[in-house]
Design a protein around this ligand. Sequence first.
Ligand code: ACM
Length: 505
Amino acid sequence: MRLQFRPGIVLSCMALAVLAGCAHRRPAVAMEPTPVAHIVPLPGALQAAPGVLRISSAVAVEDAGAAPMARRALDELLAALHIASADAGTPLRLQRVDDPALGEEGYRLLVDDAIHLSARTDAGLLHAVQTLRQLLPARAGTDYRLPRLAITDVPAYRWRGLSLDVARSFLPVDYLERHIDRMALFKLNRLHLHLTDDQGWRIEIKRYPRLVEIGGASAVQGGRAGYYTQAQLRHLVAYAQARGVTLVPEIDMPGHVQAALASYNALACDDVANRGTYAGVEVGFSVLCLDKPEVVYPFVRDVLEEVAAIFPSNEIHIGGDEIRHPLYADFVARTAAMVDAMGRTPVVWEEGSVAAMKPTALVQLWNDGYAIEAAVARGHRLILSPCSYLYIDHGNRAGQPGADWCRAEGVPLARVYAFDPTPYRTAVGVEAALWSEFVHTDAAADARLWPRLAAVAEVAWSPATQRGYPGFVRRMAELRAHLDALGVHYYPEPDLGWGDAADTR
Ligand code: ACM
């Protein structure tokens, strides 16, 4: 009989059985305590076997060269733990297998007298390496013990993401690199970059250099200005791709465009008095002049062409939030059609669902109660970002300074974890959002993202029927060392024992 276990619970009990004699029968010979398998996101199926596999100083890696992402991650892991590669070492096999049940990202991990990682794809093998990484210590030691086990693990959703607002306040390239590394550890695979807004324009567009000269030099009050060159973005795309993460660019239109209007005044209607940059936190006041299609649409096309040339992502986000205009639906329809014509799939915030788009366009839900049924009936699939669960610019706890417009009590870890995507039958996945009106430094971003992003990862990856907050808390509490090793300035979450409720950070 194939058993399905909650790893944190079952393996803890096995360890206790050995150490404290809670089993009915004691083993005849003393066995090594079995290390506990703390894995986030929770694997779909984990079968524990007795005992451990010891790795002293070396592994003998066998791979057929068909999994460069996984191999790179494995080599990095071995180097970090000072585990050498040697023919006489513990066998470690990376193998591509033709098993349709594993889909595009599923994998198996078997630890017996060897370590066997198998998947249909490089992405699946990469996830297997990340699971192996969580089973091992975060820092180098002298020898390592792996629990003997068999895992079969397939994600519930193909889109497991985060939207980062780099427009209100800029995040530097090196932060994004570190952030991609952290996402990969938790099998998150979509990093949506909100590249433009009223307060800043962050992507170099060669045909419109003033967008970054003017729009890139502004930011929200107290935030950071800056922009990414196209070379930097291409570097980031490749960096993310090598780690199983797709960068999804967003150019927010036709509203949220004051930085563009300040850079190219002709994009504003002639009666618009305010053509300067903007550092406030209001929304809904700026709009491309939709009454000047001869000006606006060539601009939109030129920008999207350069965006598409930089980002190979199948999806391109065209925004569409928080603006009312008689020509709004027409604009979204025309812009979505442009993206389609470029061979990509448009994504719009929920308001854009009123536009006549091909049913393949994705709609990103952000207000909990938004009436999305009509769009779903027209065939649009959803990215789920309901603000009261997934807007992690909101406090980790009630009263933490920052955004609170969606939920005055903040969006604590337990609340994020409680989000259930399953009623949304056409969802492609789940995406948290970090807006940056009040998040201005790398450390502040870290403290909003972590540990809540780990909960997002579990919501998006693990079967809803198997996961539960107490188990997540136990497993996540143990993974703190991995976040420490990655230099994360996480929020000292009391639920995880990382701080106490009196902490006012
Ligand atoms: C949004 O929060 N305006 C998408």
